[in-house]
Write a protein that binds this ligand. Structure first.
Ligand code: ADE
Length: 278
């Protein structure tokens, strides 16, 4: 078992991500992760040692013969709540520490890894949040199930709460897969050059332009002439304009924080966009 303690550089400059990230994923359903973590980019990154993923079954850390991980809520109400002991035990065993009475948070400041709870109540996962998290070399992810997790886990153990969107999943597992995928793509060298270019347009804060491939004519549907013209500068201009128009039509909320040139602004204005003035 790896027991790396130093985990951080949360303030590392943009694009200076560590060469590897180690994820410990605490879950009651480790079998859910096969497939997603074995195929394509994540699978390749694991093979190359750029990402390490250790699945930890929370049940293995539950005390007692029956290894109970959940119980009914105080105050009544439906559903089951995940008990605190197995989750605290798991973190302590993984890191070889005892969580102090004042809680885990001070340990984060000493370089211990962030402990992330996946929950619909968390901070929304956006590319900028992913960039912050990808500055750590080790992360512990806790997948909640049932009606929730005992509040003492959130209060005294968890350092970050992340939501992948405003909807309720059956548990944190799928959200944890999303976090691992998004962060893995940020590790230097995980994406080939061609893929990395695509990623760049996202990090510029705009939606991507449309893509086409052969054949140029399909069922009377044709590829835009400009793309088959071979005129590279014109193609780039077309792609940029498509990206801007699409972002304006579908996600105008992204425009105020996008990186825009004067030419971009003029084009957006011609489409009716009025940038907020300070
Ligand atoms: N668990 C349940 N729903 C979730 C969501 N939207 N994001 C993260 N974890 C969750």
């Amino acid at each position: 078992m790896t027991n790396k303690i130093s985990s951080s550089n949360p303030n590392s400059a943009k694009n200076e991500y560590p060469p590897t990230i180690h994820f410990d994923i605490l879950t009651l359903f480790p079998e859910m992760f096969a497939g997603v973590f074995d195929a394509t980019i994540i699978g390749r990154a694991r093979q190359a040692g750029q990402v390490e993923i250790v699945l930890r079954n929370i049940r293995d850390y539950a005390p007692g013969k029956h290894r109970v991980t959940d119980d009914t809520p105080y105050g009544g109400g439906g559903g089951m709540i995940m008990k605190p002991e197995p989750i605290f035990n798991a973190v302590e065993a993984i890191l070889g520490i005892t969580v102090p009475d004042e809680g885990y948070r001070p340990l984060l400041e000493q370089g211990y890894p962030p402990i992330i709870l996946l929950t619909p109540q968390g901070r929304l996962l956006k590319q900028a949040v992913a960039r912050e998290l990808a500055a750590y070399t080790r992360l512990i992810l806790i997948c909640g199930r049932y009606e929730g997790v005992d509040e003492r886990v959130r209060e005294h153990l968890v350092t970050h709460e992340i939501s992948i969107g405003d909807y309720v999943l059956s548990g944190g597992e799928i959200a944890a897969m999303v976090v691992v995928d998004v962060l893995t793509r940020l590790i230097p060298g995980v994406l080939g050059d061609a893929e990395a270019t695509t990623k760049d347009s996202h990090s510029a804060g705009l939606l991507e332009h449309p893509h086409y491939t052969r054949p140029a004519e399909y069922r009377n549907y044709s590829v835009p002439d400009i793309l088959v013209s071979g005129h590279h500068a014109k193609v780039r201009e077309w792609q940029r304009r498509q990206s801007l128009a699409r972002t304006l039509a579908r996600r105008p909320d992204l425009l105020p924080s996008a990186e825009l040139s004067e030419t971009d602004r003029k084009y957006l204005t011609s489409l009716g966009y009025e940038a907020a003035t300070e």
